[in-house]
Write a protein that binds this ligand. Structure first.
Ligand SMILES: *[C@@H]1O[C@H](CO)[C@@H](O)[C@H](O)[C@H]1NC(C)=O
Ligand SMILES: *[C@@H]1O[C@H](CO)[C@@H](O)[C@H](O)[C@H]1NC(C)=O
Length: 436
């Protein structure tokens, strides 16, 4: 039952068999991009010192409240179409990175994959406070800066530029609750696997403060005008999918697939919804949750998608543990404790940790979306601690002090599935795919 290894070098990545000698090399064909957990073996980032996967998840999930706050505060942005206006709390570090090349010749960067952000940004050489790997504009022949008067500048700033003409487009953003950066809007070639997107606009970071800025930047796959999808125009026709490997996976085995070619054919879909107040986010229609065979009782108003009330359910790549609104969370918890023998312990954010050696199998958890029911594999919903036989139901209520009207389907629950976003057809597909 204990599937945790205590000596966990977590995350790593496997590429294709063609690259068997170098598991950290990237795919070189089609538009598949490897996705690695940020502390994977081939990731340049060093993991925090922990002795178990459970602790690592707890640690990563400690960043969720700031992200959750970011996702929630977007609802206040009713006056601007761009969800990145200054002054809001911006989300915290994501947990998966993709390998890209920026500039000509290409400079390898490991950027955090973030489907709830639009604008990409990377630390540039000369940056104050950044870690060692930075993008060097001076050595790229395709680099250029973007002026203050361009419409893209207004989009990243959320307001017009005070300067005129060719002045640099400078903007700042808070990030992750405790950090911020300032950047200039620039453009250069972005290589994703074998595709090159010329003149890709992104923020070139000049200075950072705080410890939460992803060390090699962030690639936004949100739905807004500055995101990778928008900037790549017709090339990917608004379609992408990803498979996130387990946090424990050693190899670089997850993938981001861009475009409709090569996407799974046999996949069930649920409608993709759009909130005009939070246009970057991918909403789905969660209609209920079952614990075992019991559909938990919940007033439909508490989970219905309602842009005016700010309620609904988003799929997010950067939150670690799924958060349900308080009434839904309590309904699940109350049903769960009927299926499992107590006593129950609270560990970190998890209230319903239990002794997993008991003969009773914990119940399955099924998320019901319009047109699609998704029963989570046991390892996506139960986390085992490394000590003894304690396991926890890995869902949580909204963080304290956050107006928790949002349900957020997080990356722990999505691992080893392919999640397919088909924006033109307004649908999201989910299917099991083991990509460890
Ligand atoms: C690029 O090179 C110029 C001239 O050598 C230098 O002043 C500038 O700081 C460099 N910029 C960056 C971002 O490295
Ligand atoms: C969500 O699904 C339910 C059940 O199919 C449906 O009645 C409701 O209209 C859907 N909501 C939206 C916003 O599409």
């Amino acid at each position: 039952m204990d599937f945790i290894t205590t000596k966990l070098l977590f995350f790593a990545l496997l590429i294709s068999s063609a690259n068997a000698l170098d598991p950290c090399a990237s795919h070189r064909h089609n538009s598949d991009l490897s996705v690695i957990p940020i502390y994977g073996k081939c990731s340049p980032f060093k993991p925090p010192k922990h002795d178990s996967w459970f602790n690592i998840v707890i640690d990563m999930a400690s960043k969720d409240p700031a992200r959750f706050k970011y996702l929630s505060t977007l609802v206040a942005q009713k006056k601007t179409k761009v969800p990145i206006a200054s002054g809001q709390h911006v989300l915290n570090i994501g947990n998966y990175v993709v390998r890209v090349e920026l500039g000509t010749p290409g400079q390898v960067m490991f950027m955090v994959l973030d489907i709830s952000n639009d604008v990409a940004w990377v630390p540039c050489s000369g940056c104050t406070g950044c870690s060692s790997t930075t993008f060097s504009p001076n050595t790229s022949t395709s680099y250029g800066s973007l002026g203050c008067s361009l419409p893209q500048c207004k989009q990243v700033r959320g307001l017009s530029c005070p300067a005129r003409g060719t002045a640099a487009c400078s903007f700042s953003k808070p990030y992750g609750g405790d950090s911020s950066f300032s950047a200039n809007l620039v453009h250069d070639s972005l290589r994703l696997a074998n595709d090159v997107i010329p003149n890709f606009a992104f923020g070139c970071i000049k200075s950072i403060s705080g410890g939460s800025i992803p060390p090699q930047g962030l690639l936004g796959l949100g739905r807004g005008p500055m995101s990778l999808l928008s900037q790549s125009g017709a090339r990917y026709s608004g379609v992408f999918s990803y498979c996130l490997p387990s946090f424990k996976s050693y190899y670089f085995s997850g993938s981001l697939k861009l475009g409709s070619l090569g996407q799974p054919k046999k996949i069930q879909y649920t409608p993709l919804l759009k909130d005009p107040h939070r246009p970057s986010l991918y909403y789905v229609n969660l209609t209920g949750v079952s614990v075992g065979r019991v559909r938990v009782p919940i007033n439909p108003d508490f989970i219905a998608f309602n842009p005016n009330m700010g309620t609904g359910t988003v799929i997010d790549s950067g939150t670690v543990v799924t958060r349900f609104t308080q009434p839904l969370y309590e309904a699940i918890r109350d049903e769960f404790v009927k299926h499992v023998k107590g006593p129950f312990l609270t560990i970190g954010i998890f209230e319903t940790c239990f002794d997993a050696t008991a003969e009773i199998q914990p119940p399955s958890i099924t998320l019901h979306f319009e047109g699609l029911s998704w029963t989570l594999p046991m390892e996506n919903i139960y986390l085992h601690t490394s000590v003894g036989s304690t396991a926890c139901l890995a869902i949580a209520p909204p963080p304290n002090n956050v107006n928790g009207a949002l349900n957020t389907i997080a990356n722990l629950q999505q691992q080893n599935h392919r999640i397919l976003f088909d924006v033109p057809n307004s649908r999201v597909g989910i299917t099991r795919e083991v990509c460890n």
